[in-house]
Design a protein around this ligand. Structure first.
Ligand SMILES: Cc1ncc(COP(=O)(O)O)c(C=O)c1O
Length: 371
C-alpha cells in the first residue's frame, strides 16, 4: 500500500541510535527481568499518568486480569464490559471465572457511559471495565458518580489511550486501576509484548507486585498464589526511550485527526469520531462510520490506501460469546458500529499530503467515482 495504516519503521528509524544504546545497556547489565530498567519505567509511566504507582506486567491482557484480581474481583462476581471493544476486555472476565455482563456503548465515541451502564447495573455488579476505545476517553466522571455509591469498582482499559486526557487529567487514574498495553502498534509500543497497571492505591499496587511474580515477597517466601507476568528489562528500556516522544507523537496524531475532521466535514455520508465532553483523544485510530463500507474499502485499496475494521463483530456476535443471553439486537449501537466503523491511515509520521489524498479519494467515491 502506498499509504499504509501505520508504519513502525518510520517511527523507529530516527530513534535507532537511542534504541540501540538502551538495548546494549541492558545486555551489559545482565539484568533481564524486572530490575532497575523496569522500576525506572514504572515510575516514569506512572508519573506521566499523574498517579503514584505503576506495576509492569507481561501484556495488556494480564494487566486487566491482574488488576481485577488485585481489586478483589473473583469467581462468580459480576463484571460489566462494553459489547464493542477488543475481545481481551471480556476475555479476562471469563478467564477469572467472573460473570460477564455486556453493556451497550455510546454511538459517538464508542465507549461506556453512565446511561449505557445503568440498565445492566444490578446488586450483583462488582466491577465495570470502561475502555477508552481508539484513544477516545470515555466520560468517566458520570460513570464514577453512578458506581461509587454502590461500591462498584471502576477499572480503565486504556490499552489504546496512552496520554489521552479527560477534563485535563490523563486517563488511567480515574478508576481504581488503569490498564495499558504496549503491543508494538499502540501509541506507546514495545518491541514485543508488555503492559502496565497504574493505580493511586498503594495496597492495589502491592498486591499487583505479588500477583505478577508468583506471590513472591522475598527470594524464598510466597504470600499468595500468583503467576509469571513480569515486564522484561529490554522492553522497559525501549519503552523509556519511546516515552520521551509520546507527547509529541500524540500531538502529531491530533493534528492529523483535525485535518481529517476538516476535510471530511463536507461529506454527509461520513460520520467523524465524536468526542465526549472534556475529552482530549489521542487517536490511536481515526475511525469514521460509513454505510457501503466494503465498497469504499475496495475503492481506497485500488488507489493504494490501506484501511482496517476494528471490529467487524460486536462481542456478543463472536463465536466465543454467542449465547441466548444476548440475541441479535441486544446491543444495537455496538452492532451498528461493527457494521460501519472504518479506520483510516493515521500515525505520527504520516504526511499531511497523504491525509489530503485519502480524503480526496473518499470524496471521489461518494461523488460517484466508485462506478
Ligand atoms: C482495548 C484493548 N484491551 C486490551 C488489549 C490487550 O492488550 P495485549 O495485546 O497487550 O494483551 C488490547 C490490545 O491488544 C486492547 O486494544
Amino acid at each position: 500500500m502506498r499509504i499504509p495504516l501505520l508504519d513502525l519503521q518510520a517511527m523507529h528509524a530516527p530513534l535507532r541510535a537511542e534504541l540501540d544504546a538502551a538495548i546494549a545497556a541492558v545486555l551489559d547489565s545482565g539484568a533481564f527481568v524486572l530490575g532497575h530498567e523496569v522500576s525506572a519505567f514504572e515510575a516514569e509511566f506512572a508519573a506521566f499518568c499523574g498517579v503514584a504507582h505503576g506495576v509492569g506486567v507481561a501484556n495488556g491482557t494480564d494487566a486487566l486480569i491482574l488488576a481485577l484480581e488485585a481489586c478483589g474481583i473473583g469467581p462468580g462476581d459480576e463484571v460489566i464490559v462494553p459489547a464493542f471493544t477488543f475481545i481481551a476486555t471480556a476475555g479476562v472476565v471469563s478467564r477469572l471465572g467472573a460473570r460477564l455482563v455486556f453493556a451497550d456503548v455510546d454511538a459517538a465515541h464508542a465507549g461506556l457511559t453512565a446511561a449505557t451502564v445503568a440498565p445492566v447495573l444490578g446488586p450483583a455488579t462488582k466491577a465495570v471495565i470502561a475502555v477508552h476505545l481508539y484513544g477516545y476517553p470515555a466520560p468517566l466522571l458520570d460513570l464514577r458518580r453512578l458506581l461509587e455509591p454502590r461500591g462498584v469498582v471502576l477499572l480503565e482499559d486504556a490499552a489504546q489511550a496512552h496520554g489521552a486526557r479527560l477534563h485535563g487529567t490523563r486517563v488511567g487514574g480515574f478508576g481504581r486501576a488503569g490498564c495499558f498495553s504496549f503491543y508494538p502498534t499502540k501509541n506507546l509500543g514495545a518491541l514485543g509484548d508488555g503492559g502496565i497497571v497504574v493505580t493511586r492505591e498503594p495496597e492495589v499496587a502491592e498486591r499487583l507486585r505479588l500477583l505478577r511474580n508468583h506471590g513472591r515477597r522475598t527470594q524464598v517466601e510466597h504470600l499468595t498464589p500468583g503467576v509469571n507476568s513480569r515486564l522484561d528489562a529490554l522492553q522497559a528500556a525501549v519503552l523509556r526511550v519511546k516515552l520521551r516522544y509520546l507527547t509529541a507523537w500524540n500531538e502529531a496524531r491530533r493534528r492529523l485527526a483535525a485535518l481529517y475532521d476538516a476535510l471530511l466535514a463536507p461529506l454527509p455520508q461520513v460520520t467523524r469520531p465524536g468526542v465526549a465532553e472534556g475529552a482530549e483523544p489521542v487517536y490511536h485510530q481515526y475511525v469514521v462510520q460509513v454505510e457501503e463500507r466494503e465498497r469504499l474499502r475496495a475503492f481506497l485499496a485500488e488507489r493504494g490506501i490501506a484501511t482496517a475494521v476494528y471490529y467487524p463483530l460486536a462481542l456478543h456476535e463472536q463465536p466465543a460469546y454467542r449465547s441466548p443471553r444476548w440475541p441479535r439486537g441486544s446491543f444495537p449501537v455496538a452492532e451498528g458500529l461493527a457494521r460501519r466503523v472504518l479506520s483510516l491511515p493515521l500515525f505520527p509520521e504520516l504526511p499531511e499530503e497523504a491525509v489530503r489524498e485519502v480524503c480526496a479519494a473518499i470524496a471521489a467515491f461518494y461523488a460517484g467515482g466508485s462506478g
